[in-house]
Ligand binder design. Structure first.
Ligand code: PXP
Length: 249
């Protein structure tokens, strides 16, 4: 049975839209854990558009499940990972202009540098996963890199038209089989929703699904009524001077 890693980047996106204090991804990560998250995933991007370094530090101190740090394979991120010591690093490709991670990591073309990075992280007891498309050559390169895990990119499956979805699902099933034949452990994620997750969760050998956008979207949908109700109650029955009650003028 696959476990669930909850990606909380979008909570930080809302906070950063206002450069405000709320919503706080660290507090909400605890609620995600109370809801049954088996792990918390964050992507610390080079441009810091959502998650900040401080969030990762606080999450390291507060997450009781597992903290998975998605990051680009750069010296800056390596130093941060070695300092903060997440329970897993997932290496992802990163382009400044993209809205979200768009394709898997090209492990084949950067095998040498990835081998060195994986070996330094794993020598510090940080397991490494590589986010790749379900492609045989990439999976072979993942094995050659020394990484023990892969995260199969489910984006093409998630975006496929209905008639094309079975073919994309078959690619992921085959990818999981090939990865496991190479001795790799298998996670998956990207673009999974309440509607399309079940066939992926049922893939043999699937260990963890990393899911973010749809869960945060759903939280808004199921939480908005209560939030409006609470605000309306305050407006309709205000206390006088609640900020200063108890103080003398
Ligand atoms: N896995 C990886 C490697 C990702 O980059 C992302 C998006 O940040 C996810 C999983 C989660 O994708 P989504 O937000 O579409 O569920």
């Amino acid at each position: 049975m696959a476990s669930l890693g909850v990606n909380i980047d979008h909570i930080a996106n809302v906070r950063q839209a206002r450069r405000a204090l709320e919503p706080d991804p660290v507090t909400l990560a605890l609620l995600a854990e109370l809801g049954g998250a088996d792990g918390i995933t964050v992507h610390l991007r080079e441009d810091r558009r959502h998650i900040q370094e401080r969030d990762v530090e606080l999450l390291r101190a507060t997450v009781r499940s597992r903290l998975n740090l998605e990051m680009a394979a750069t010296p800056e991120m390596e130093a941060i990972a070695l300092r903060i010591r997440p329970d897993m690093v997932t290496l992802v490709p990163e382009q400044r202009q993209e809205v979200t991670t768009e394709g898997g990591l090209d492990v084949v073309s950067q095998l040498g540098s990835l081998q060195a990075l994986v070996s330094r992280l794993q020598a510090s007891a940080i397991p490494v996963s590589l986010f790749v498309d379900p492609d045989g050559h990439q999976l072979e390169a993942c094995q050659a890199s020394g990484a023990r895990w892969v995260e199969l990119h489910t984006g093409a499956y998630a975006e496929a038209a209905w008639a094309e979805q079975p073919r994309q699902l078959a690619r992921l099933e085959e990818g999981s089989f090939v990865a496991r034949s190479l001795g790799l452990r298998v996670n998956a994620g990207h673009g999974l929703t309440y509607q399309n997750v079940e066939p992926i969760a049922a893939i043999e050998g699937m260990e963890e699904l990393n899911i973010g956008h749809t869960i945060v979207a759903r939280a808004l949908a199921v939480g908005l009524q209560s939030a409006v109700r609470e605000m309306r109650a305050l407006i309709q029955n205000p206390r006088r001077d609640p900020l200063f009650s108890g103080s003398t003028p």
